[in-house]
Design a protein around this ligand. Structure first.
Ligand code: HEC
Ligand code: HEC
Ligand code: HEC
Ligand code: HEC
Ligand code: HEC
Ligand code: HEC
Ligand code: HEC
Ligand code: HEC
Ligand code: HEC
Ligand code: HEC
Length: 358
């Protein structure tokens, strides 16, 4: 009577059921432990082989992005940083597993999260989760760009998809190494949206563009200067002195997002000879270089705000009689005007250089 036996011995059945549940639980836990815990040796070898392609699961549908990713800082970091700073696809595209499983080649399912479609605040937050630790980004919050509701993506592009499209090169039939060779020299540094730093900034700051073409400018082209778009390996790209030589687009220490705490400290960084100390100082020079100079470009020589003699006369209207009697030429306009004689307008160390003439 098997039925009878079953009824009379319920504890045996329960024991079997408990045992089965126990075994099942152990198997599940073991599997979980294997997938999240420390890998066994055999497994870590297998995984590192897989990791050589970041975004392997995405490749069949986003080939170009996966191919170009290892060329940039994020792709490299994902390979070598094992902690949360390693920027794998899912670090920026939260729900990517679900999306990869459910999408087809033409239909995107499972909201994967695209920072380009988020509000500036959310997009910035997604970048700052890692980059707020960078030394240079402490000032981002509250900087003029932050307050203007801009995002990191106003200047940076993580994948350069638009830029690559514009290059009109066909990359689909190339191997990874060929793709790397073609793009390495053409993708802007620092993941910028434009070929050079100045082009990135001038896209919005159109007023500053004219400085590139003025008589006197900080944006001078050096001998082998070349546009990033035609750059060859090993050649310098962009300008020697550029916007970020003086500004920190992520915030900056001083007003106007300057790299230094004030204008003069900024100028001294490169024009150290103007720092002094001088025996005979010229008051306005100590005060602010921009009293007489423009920072970007000018149609007057030496980045001056106006013609020299007019500039000096803004403050020096009453001069010694001897200026009137200099014979033979007009001291105001002849050659360099006032600086013919007052050559040391920034200060003099000569014992009798009081009048800044020597
Ligand atoms: C089976 C195909 C497929 C796979 C695999 C796939 N995707 Fe997609 N994905 C799509 C399609 C289709 C779109 C929509 C394309 C479009 O609009 O241009 C898309 C769009 C996206 C977008 C943009 C979403 C948006 O809202 O703009 C992101 C980001 C993305 N995928 C990330 C990933 C990542 C990361 C992976 C790998 C973990 C991945 N995808 C794997 C098919 C796929
Ligand atoms: C550091 C953050 C970050 C990482 C890591 C990252 N992405 Fe993106 N992804 C972005 C941002 C930001 C955008 C918006 C467009 C842009 O900035 O280039 C984007 C856009 C996309 C898009 C939409 C492209 C389009 O043309 O609209 C796809 C697809 C995508 N990413 C796939 C991937 C894949 C696959 C990986 C891993 C190989 C990956 N992403 C890694 C930040 C990231
Ligand atoms: C998961 C962490 C992580 C996230 C999220 C992240 N990054 Fe990065 N990023 C890194 C690491 C790591 C590096 C390489 C080391 C470094 O330069 O600090 C890097 C480098 C960079 C660089 C320098 C590139 C170069 O060539 O030197 C830029 C620019 C950048 N990230 C922009 C962004 C933007 C924009 C976002 C948001 C869309 C973002 N990052 C999100 C980790 C991250
Ligand atoms: C107004 C344009 C602009 C914005 C907005 C911007 N960046 Fe940058 N970023 C730049 C430029 C230009 C460089 C290159 C600086 C250089 O090489 O002198 C740069 C460089 C970087 C670097 C490389 C390391 C460094 O400090 O030089 C990282 C990382 C970075 N940016 C992250 C971010 C993040 C994160 C955000 C958003 C919070 C952001 N950027 C917003 C223009 C911008
Ligand atoms: C997407 C557009 C955009 C880009 C690109 C951009 N800026 Fe700006 N920038 C702004 C806006 C908007 C303001 C605020 C203007 C205002 O309030 O008058 C601003 C303000 C500034 C200011 C003045 C800050 C102040 O305190 O008044 C400086 C300096 C500046 N940007 C430098 C840069 C540099 C350097 C770059 C390139 C690395 C750059 N910007 C790229 C939009 C941009
Ligand atoms: C040699 C240093 C230097 C360089 C290079 C430089 N700037 Fe400036 N910029 C300054 C200084 C100094 C100021 C502050 C002017 C003031 O106080 O009125 C300034 C002011 C600005 C302002 C604010 C203008 C205003 O009227 O409020 C913007 C915008 C700006 N710069 C953009 C740029 C851009 C874009 C570039 C690159 C094409 C650039 N700067 C390169 C030094 C520089
Ligand atoms: C990043 C370095 C750097 C900074 C910062 C800098 N300069 Fe310059 N400046 C240069 C270089 C390089 C030249 C070109 C020198 C040459 O041609 O011999 C130059 C040239 C000049 C000239 C002469 C221009 C001409 O037409 O010959 C003046 C004036 C000048 N700078 C003033 C300033 C002032 C004012 C500041 C501060 C707002 C400043 N510079 C900040 C690098 C810098
Ligand atoms: C009182 C007006 C005035 C002030 C203020 C001033 N400069 Fe000048 N600067 C001039 C004049 C005028 C010239 C042209 C000199 C000549 O032609 O010999 C000049 C030329 C220059 C030059 C190019 C020639 C050279 O001597 O190297 C540089 C660089 C320069 N100034 C930097 C600065 C810096 C940096 C400051 C602030 C510390 C500053 N200037 C403040 C009037 C001024
Ligand atoms: C923003 C006003 C300002 C401008 C512009 C200016 N100066 Fe001066 N300058 C002063 C002041 C203030 C003094 C100090 C006067 C004093 O100590 O009595 C001075 C002193 C001098 C002195 C020494 C006078 C003395 O008796 O010790 C000379 C020379 C001089 N400036 C020449 C020039 C020349 C040349 C220029 C044009 C390149 C110029 N200044 C532009 C304000 C200016
Ligand atoms: C031909 C040479 C020469 C030229 C050009 C010249 N100066 Fe002078 N300047 C002098 C001499 C010399 C002194 C007196 C020096 C002394 O007393 O030791 C002097 C003194 C000064 C002083 C201080 C004494 C006073 O008058 O208050 C100022 C300010 C001055 N010049 C401004 C200017 C200005 C502004 C210009 C241009 C409009 C100019 N100078 C052009 C030679 C010149």
């Amino acid at each position: 009577m098997p039925a009878q036996e079953k009824v009379t011995n319920p504890s045996a059945t329960i024991r079997v059921v408990v045992l089965l549940i126990g075994v099942a639980l152990a198997v599940v836990l073991f599997a979980l432990a294997r997938s999240s815990g420390y890998p066994t040796q055999a497994q870590s070898v297998k995984q590192s082989a897989q990791q050589t392609v970041i975004g392997r699961d995405c490749r069949q549908c986003h080939a170009l992005i996966v191919q170009t990713f290892p060329l940039d800082a994020h792709g490299k970091s994902a390979k070598f940083l094992k902690d949360s700073r390693g920027a794998k696809c899912e670090a920026c595209h939260g729900n990517s597993d679900k999306h990869a499983e459910t999408s087809t080649k033409t239909v995107s399912k499972g909201d994967v999260g695209n920072p380009a479609k988020w509000s500036s605040a959310d997009a910035n937050q997604s970048c700052l989760q890692c980059h707020s630790m960078d030394r240079s980004h402490f000032n981002w919050k509250g900087g003029k760009h932050d307050r203007s509701d801009m995002s990191c993506l106003s200047c940076h592009s993580v994948h350069h998809t638009k830029l690559i499209q514009r290059m009109s090169v066909n990359l689909t039939d190339k191997t990874d190494t060929e793709v790397a060779e073609i793009l390495n020299t053409r993708i802007p540094e620092r993941l910028l949206i434009a070929p050079s730093i100045e082009e990135t900034c001038l896209g919005c700051h159109v007023d500053q563009r004219k400085a590139l073409f003025q008589r006197s400018t900080h944006f001078f082209r050096t001998e082998n200067w070349t546009d990033r778009r035609q750059v060859l390996p090993g050649q310098p790209a962009g300008m020697k002195v550029t916007c970020t030589s003086c500004h920190d687009p992520h915030g900056g220490e001083g007003r106007k997002m300057l790299q230094a705490s004030n204008t003069n400290q900024l100028c001294y960084q490169c024009h150290a000879d103007k720092r002094g100390p001088f025996l005979w100082e010229h008051a306005p020079v100590r005060e602010n270089c921009l009293t007489c100079h423009t920072p970007h470009g000018s149609n007057n020589v030496n980045l001056l705000t106006t013609r020299t003699h007019q500039l000096c006369q803004e403050c020096h209207m009453h001069m010694l009689w001897r200026h009137q009697t200099v014979a033979g030429f007009d001291i105001f306009t002849f050659n360099k005007g006032c600086v013919n004689c007052h050559a040391l307008v920034h200060g003099s160390n000569h014992p009798s250089g009081k009048a800044l003439t020597r």
